[in-house]
Design a protein around this ligand. Sequence first.
Ligand SMILES: *Cc1c(COP(=O)(O)O)cnc(C)c1O
Length: 472
Amino acid sequence: MANKLDELYNPEKFKEFGDELIALITAHLKASHHEEIEVNKWSAPEEQLAYWQTYELKNDNPNALFKAIIERSIHVHHPKYIGHQISPTAPLAALAGLLSAILNNGMAVYEMGAAATAIEKVVIDTIAEKIGYNENADGFITSGGSLANLTALLAAKQSLEPSIPVEKLGVMVSSEAHYSTEKALRIMGIRDEQIIKIPINEQFHMQTELLDSYYENAVSRGLHIFAVIGSAPSTSTGMHDDLQQIAAFCSKKNIWFHVDGAHGGAAVFSSKYKPLLKGIEYADSITIDGHKMLLMPSIMSFLMFKNRQHSYAAFQQKAVYLWEKANEEDWYDLAKRTFECTKSMMSIQFYVLLKYYGVEIFDQFVTRLYDLGRIFSEKINSRKKFQLFLTPQSNIVCFRYFLDEEDDVRLNQLNNEIRAELLHTGNFYIVQTTLINTVYLRVTFMNPKTNEQTMDELLDAIETIGASKNRC
Ligand SMILES: *Cc1c(COP(=O)(O)O)cnc(C)c1O
């Protein structure tokens, strides 16, 4: 067998394939922007599996494979991608991602990622300032919002007296909180009955006026409430909890306050929408996903701490209050703080946008997308055959196809069918959710190129499908 190692690392081959791949991606971006392709080419899982099981690379050019992957993937750069919360990656950030993939610095200790480690600190400091934290704040980049939430809750637990057994711990969250917080708590050994769910009001905000009585009730059951989690916003509806009220409660009771801002924490960059996050600066810890509202390739999340020492707490052997050398912790050996040992050079993807476009790019992106949510809700309100769930606070909007003469059972069925048909035709990509036993269509505006015409076309398409389904 010929030795393939020289070919594997041949820089000329890299350039040849790379140039072609860039051309391929460029054509893909153009076709997406101009809607020359469908947003999604649906195939059932078994068919998809069979395709890749039998796939053969016919010539010696890997770009045939890359082309097939593009064709069989959902296109988040398409203006009709209005579904799950993921950024249409900034192409420049993706190029930084390629550089990270080649340099492959492991980041666990300083010398295994010197540049990217220092860059990470600059990025973290930028975000801390936007949050309104002071110079005591710190944080790091980690692999996804779920892991960030887990790490934050571990830090909260570590800051307690070790004599409190895990089965006595309790956490308060809104009943609408993201399932990742429940997963995190289960990993920590906290059972369902230790998770105190605070009911929501009719606007789907946590009823913060109930915090006191739910707290007293939990305490009377022998629980020690160690954290309250606020959603900014909750995923299914895009509605924000009142962070200021939660902060006041946590401060009064001396409880850790965590903000799950995986989606909307990015609004700290938006001068127009930052008021939604009023009180976030009091949070002990905050999760913000880069790959949702900050243009990053997935996955990449910021976990921010108001108090620098806490950023070391999650994986520290000793409890925080026992540290002798807390102030001597080195900022530059990142794996002391993260669950990951090896992690990719995620910071450079954010930093390149910061340097090239300036911090305004994040303001413009978030503001534009949240504006689209409002515009869309007005369109829903102006159409007879649609019902808006709630006036949106963000770029997440829930609504349903609605006919006066039909009952909820039939309407649920119709909306299910509408969403399925949209998915299977690949015309638009939107999702659905069930709120109080009612099926809603759910859109999240993630693409600044989505415009009013896209919205009108979507609503027309839904009306057409709705009318045809209702006839049969
Ligand atoms: C998306 C999301 C998460 C999970 O983040 P991942 O990066 O997908 O792991 C957690 N909380 C909220 C509110 C989210 O929207």
